[in-house]
Design a protein around this ligand. Sequence first.
Ligand SMILES: [Zn+2]
Length: 153
Amino acid sequence: MAEKKTVKMSKKDLEYFESLLLEKRREIVASQVGSSSTGAFHTQKHQAEMVGYSNHLTADAASDYTSLETTFDLAAREGKFLVYLEEALQRIKKGTFGVCKVCNQLIPRARLEAVPTATKCVNCKEETKKKEREDHRVEMAKAFAEQHRMQQR
Ligand SMILES: [Zn+2]
């Protein structure tokens, strides 16, 4: 049976990156527990209501809303990063970690040290990014058209 030769990282490297990923995960979990920005928002809102301010909250409420949204975005991004970390840990278990999923070549170690959750080498990532940018433009155009339509109603 002709077996396809699979590219793999050495066991030593896999172990090294496993501890790196676990360390990163610990950092994120610790920072999430320590975060109090949502609590601060509630306090602010509560104070505003106490001053009897609730009817003309316009500008302040808008800025609060924006900062809250940013907090959510950040949490979402961190949550996503946690998912990426988990996936990377799974890949370490399977031994597919550090191999570009597009061209099936080993991802340079320097890149993995910088981005341990990387699943593609720089070349393939650039290709994907180009495509994603195009997709993003299409999405934006669609969103804009949708918004425009809503305003016309
Ligand atoms: Zn590649």
